[in-house]
Every structure is written in C-alpha cells, then in structure tokens.
Design a protein around this ligand. Structure first.
Ligand code: F6R
Length: 610
C-alpha cells in the first residue's frame, strides 16, 4: 500500500529519496513526504498529491546540501487508511521533541488504545503511525535499538517502518511484521525500501527481512535482530537480476501499455526456460517430491483481483487435464469461512506482489492444516515466496502499472505448465493431448505479437465507445473469467462501470440492463460452447445492444456489430490470447478519457492491509 525508502551514504540524499519514491509511487499516491538530517536537525517536508507535487514544493533548505552529514534520510508515499489524505497525515511523522522521525507501512490495530495511554504527547495527525514515533520517544533511554524493541512489543497489527533520529545520526533503524521491507546493499551506502525497484539503480544485492526482524543500518554495516530470538540474525543476500531499465517506461506512454507489450517476451521466457523437448522442468523451485504430487486429489486456489481471475481460468484447465476437483476462492472470503480441508489437497496461492495481506493470511491458515502450499508469484523474495513450501516465479520483471496485465498472462502460463507437469506425473492426460497443449502454448507468444502488431481497430472501438457509462462482458466456460478480467480492467483504469458475467446467467438478471446504449463485449472464439454463446448473442442483440465480439476467422453472425479477429488456438489456451485485446480496449478508452492509467484513483498496487 504505502511505499517507504531510506538511504544512508554519500549521494545527494534528496535525489536518491525522490527518485526512489517515484519508483514506489504505484504503491500509494495520495500524499508523500521526506525527512533528512541537516546539521543534526531533522528537516521534513510533506505534501498532498503526487510525488512530483511534493518535489516541486520542496523548500530551499532541502536544496544545495553540502555538509557531509547530509546523506541520511527517509521518505514515504501514502495510500490513506487511517486519516484522510492531508499534509498532517502524510509521513514522515515526528515526535514531540523533534528528535525522532518515522515512515511506516501497515496498520497498527491497537493504536487507539496506545494513544490513550500517551496522554502527555501531542498528536498532530489522525494516523495510526504517529503512535509509533511517540512510543519510541517515550521508550528512549539512551539506546535507540532498545527503544525500538520495547516499542515493537506493544504494537499489534502490521508494520514496516524506518526511523531516523538525531541521537544516532549515522544510522537508520527499522522493523517489519507482515509488511515488506528490504535492505539494498552497496559499497559504503545502504538503502532500505518496500520494494527492490526503488533500489535497482544502485544495487542488485538485497536482504529480504523476515517477519519480526528489527535492527539498524549504517553506510557500512547492518545488524538484524528478531523479536523471537536473542542473537544477531544472519540473513541471506539475494541477487535480483532485474535491471533499473526494466522499471522505466522505455518510450511507452504508460507502464501499463509497456507491460501489455511485454507479454510475448514474458511468455516466451517462461516456456523456453522450463520446456525442454517434451519435458517440463521446474528445477529446484518446485520442492515437492513426485510421490506427494501423485497423491494430490484436490486443488485449492486462492488469490485476489486479477490473480483470483487467473485462478478461475486454471480451475477449468486443471479439471480438464487433471480430472481432479479444483476449488477457487477469494482470499478475503476464504480466510474467514472456516474451510473444510482434506488431506491430499494442494493449496495454490496466486499473487503478483506476494504481499497481499488476505492471500498471506489464507496461506498461514492452510499451513496450520499442514497441507502442501505452492506460491505463484512475481516479486522475488516476497513474503509469499518465503512462506509457501514451494514457489513458481512467473518471471515477468517488475509490474509497475497498477492494473495487472503481464502478471495475469504470466500466472496463466506458469500454472498451465505446472498443470501439464502434474498431468504427466499423474498420467491423467494422454500423451497426444499433452503434446497438443504444449504445442499450442509454444505458439502463444507469436499469436500475441500478432494481436499487438495492429491495434488500430481497438483504438477505433475505443473512440466509438469511450463515452458510454456501462459495459457488459460476457463469456462461457474457460473464458468466463476472462470476461471478469476484461470488465475489471475497464472499471479500474477508466472508471466506467463494467460487469463481467457468465453468458448463460445473463438472462437471470443483467439482461434487464441491456438497451441500445449498452456495449456488450462477448467472447465468441471457437470452442465447444460457441453455439451456446451465439444464442446469448442473439438475446443481447434483440435488445438493441451494440455487440463487440472477440472471435476467429470463419465465425459468422449477423448479430455481431464489431468483430475483433484473433488467431485461432486450442480452447483451453484461448484465455491467454483473449485477454490481450480486452486489456488494450480498456487502456485506449482510459487514455481517451485522460485517466491516470498507471495510478488509478483509490487503488494501490500492493494491498498489504486487510
Ligand atoms: C487488478 C489488480 C488487482 C490485483 C490484486 C491482487 O488489475 O492488479 O486486482 O490483482 O490486488 O494483487 P496480487 O496479485 O499482488 O496479490
């Protein structure tokens, strides 16, 4: 949700913090702030709105920094939870004596109770965060690390925070629980941030902090402690082979468009690194013994938003090729519904960020039942990766646009490969069918390149329909979740109301919405249910709706007003292609409307709070 960065080193502190914050802006963008030490005094600046607004309004004391001490600071980009977006509520927050300043991501659930106990302290914001900095002030008795430790013992909820104090001006203090925090290692300088993308410009070496880690970092040294253990903790250094350029727009107008165009390359990378001849190989990322996999009788898939939609597609795929029941749940529902869990169930958790609070809570719940857990994740070293028994990385590179695109197709391709791998082990699909599906998967990157090579018709459709208030997306079978995903893309980036529906269910309610002003996007690519889709198409057309159909050459119907022709592929593989024009249609409509496509209102990329 929020983004944190801290730096200690020799570079211009304001430049490092502002450029890092810009990389983190996708995590929250309603207000931001920065605090540095200048001549051993904390100076702070905060502003509502985008980081560029905060940067433009920086007072002169943040400029022309010359002293060698001016190289330590912290900064924050906020997505409001407690307290509306305002300058007072923006981080960093400072204590009464102006000696401690802190940035925080997460939610302190018992902040109200703690606040009432801190009667002597003057609170200046409505945030839960402010309570932490006053507690540090209260608990400080000459040792900052002790003050941090004492404070952590009082906190309930989730936190990742970085603290700066004039009492120890060459160190940053940090702690994390259920919100990500990563230390970036470079020679004679250190960074600490919510996400590696903010640090890639300076280093590829990272330490991913564990839950309940806390500690201190100076330009040359790091000390990590853990609330549950007494000694200093050793944490592995992870090399992340993403480059700083991967987190740039590279000439595209928006990250979302760039990421849509990256899909062929992402899928190709996934296939070529895992498919060798007729074999699918998951090296050491898949830690399950084949005997365990052979015994799997049920699959449970959990995720949120787009990741949930990827899970729904896989339900159809897995049930078809594995012949075992596959249940898909929204994480925020699953974690509270006392699920009935049986042995020999494999639980799969899909999350681009690997930090989604509800998905992680569901994972922790399943782990209590001792079922095998598999993460499907993009962000290297994320909490999902560290907590699941095994994790398959979807290898998409950083996804910066808030609307997920390449992660969706990356999740699908990784899960499809895993499904085929499992089908081979469990012998649930004939060799011929296995090869057919593998061949079809091989062709998907080229087919997507084909779709992306000429988008003029999609732009034309966007021109025709951008002023509409409501859209309906319909499909059947394995493409029904793609209808949900198409509608989600449109609503989140263009703010146009859109609903995805199973085409056969439409006459049980949504048909009442249809009139001449309602564009209906229908997925009518070749497959077993095409004739059924046609019947639904007639129902829509006879209510005068404008019908936009995703279809293939040779599919004819007078009821289609606008045809988006796609390469023909196996029906089971078709969702990977069908979603691409829907991503683009949403993008072009939002672009005409002048929406803030990469950072839509009210959304955040990584939903680390419940
Ligand atoms: C939609 C979107 C969200 C995420 C959801 C889960 O475009 O991006 O719906 O899919 O917040 O996020 P992850 O996959 O990081 O768990």
């Amino acid at each position: 949700m929020c983004g944190i960065i801290g730096y200690i080193g020799k570079k211009n502190i304001v430049d490092v913090l502002i450029s890092g914050l810009k990389k983190l802006e996708y995590r929250g963008y309603d207000s931001s702030g920065i605090a540095i030490l200048k001549e051993n005094k904390i100076i702070r600046h905060r502003s509502v709105g985008k980081i560029s607004q905060m940067e433009a309004s920086l007072p002169s004391e943040f400029k022309n920094l010359s002293s060698k001490d001016d190289c330590i600071g912290i900064a924050h980009t906020r997505w409001a939870t407690h307290g509306k977006p305002s300058e007072e509520n923006a981080h960093p927050h400072i204590d009464c004596t102006k000696s401690f300043v802190l940035v925080h991501n997460g939610i302190i659930e018992n902040y109200f109770e703690l606040k009432t106990k801190l009667k002597k302290h003057k609170f200046l914001s409505d945030t839960d965060t402010e309570v932490i900095v006053h507690l540090i002030e209260e608990n400080y008795n000459g040792s900052l690390i002790e003050a941090v430790k004492k404070t952590l013992k009082l906190l309930e909820g989730s936190y990742a925070f970085v603290l700066l104090s004039k009492y120890d001006p060459k160190k940053l203090f940090f702690a994390r629980k259920d919100s990500p925090l990563i230390i970036g290692l470079a020679e004679d300088e250190k960074l600490i941030a919510s996400d590696v993308t903010a640090m890639l410009e300076y280093t590829n070496k990272f330490i991913f902090l564990e839950n309940e880690d806390f500690g201190e970092v100076s330009a040359k040294d790091i000390k990590i402690f853990n609330l549950k253990r007494d000694s200093i903790q050793q944490r592995p250094i992870t090399l992340v082979n993403w480059s700083a350029q991967m987190a740039e727009k590279s000439g595209f107008k928006h990250f979302m468009l760039k990421e849509i165009y990256e899909q062929p390359q992402v899928l190709r990378e996934n296939i070529t690194s895992r498919v060798f001849g007729e074999d699918i190989i998951f090296d050491d990322e898949l830690k399950f013994k084949k005997d365990l996999l052979k015994k799997i009788e049920k699959i449970l898939i959990i995720g949120c938003g787009t990741s949930y939609h990827a899970g729904l597609v896989c339900k159809y795929f897995f049930e078809n090729i594995l012949k075992i029941p596959t249940e898909v749940d929204i994480a925020s529902e699953f974690r509270y519904r006392n699920p009935i869990l049986k042995n020999n169930t494999l639980a799969i958790f899909i999350s681009q960020s690997g930090e989604t609070a509800d998905t992680l809570a569901s994972l922790r719940l399943i782990k209590r039942y001792k079922l095998p857990t598999l993460g499907i994740c993009n962000v290297v070293g994320s909490s999902l990766y560290r907590e699941a028994d095994s994790t398959i990385y979807i290898r998409c590179g950083p996804e910066i646009g808030v609307a997920s695109t390449k992660a969706f197709t990356g999740q699908l391709i990784s899960l499809y490969l895993f499904g085929l791998y499992l089908a081979k082990i469990k012998k649930t699909t004939s060799h011929q069918r296995y090869i057919e599906l593998l061949n079809s998967l091989y062709k998907t990157p080229t087919y997507i390149e084909n779709i992306l090579s000429d988008t003029s018709f999609l732009k034309h459709l966007a021109e025709l329909f951008y002023s509409k208030k409501d859209f309906l997306y319909l499909a059947r079978g394995i493409n029904y979740p793609v209808a949900l995903e198409g509608a989600l893309k449109l609503k989140e980036i263009s703010y146009i109301h859109a609903e995805g529906y199973p085409a056969g269910e439409m006459k049980h309610g949504p048909i009442a919405l249809i009139d001449k002003d309602m564009p209906v996007v229908i997925i009518a690519t070749k497959g077993a249910l095409l004739q059924k889709v046609f019947s639904n198409l007639e129902e829509v057309k006879s209510r005068d709706a404008k019908v936009i159909a995703l279809t293939n050459y040779g599919v004819e119907s007078k009821s289609i007003d606008y045809k988006i022709i796609l390469p023909e592929t196996d029906e089971l593989i078709s969702p990977i292609l069908n979603v691409v024009p829907l991503q683009l249609l949403a993008y072009y409509i939002a672009d005409i409307l002048g929406c803030d496509i990469d950072q839509p209102r009210n959304l955040a990329k990584s939903v680390t709070v419940e």
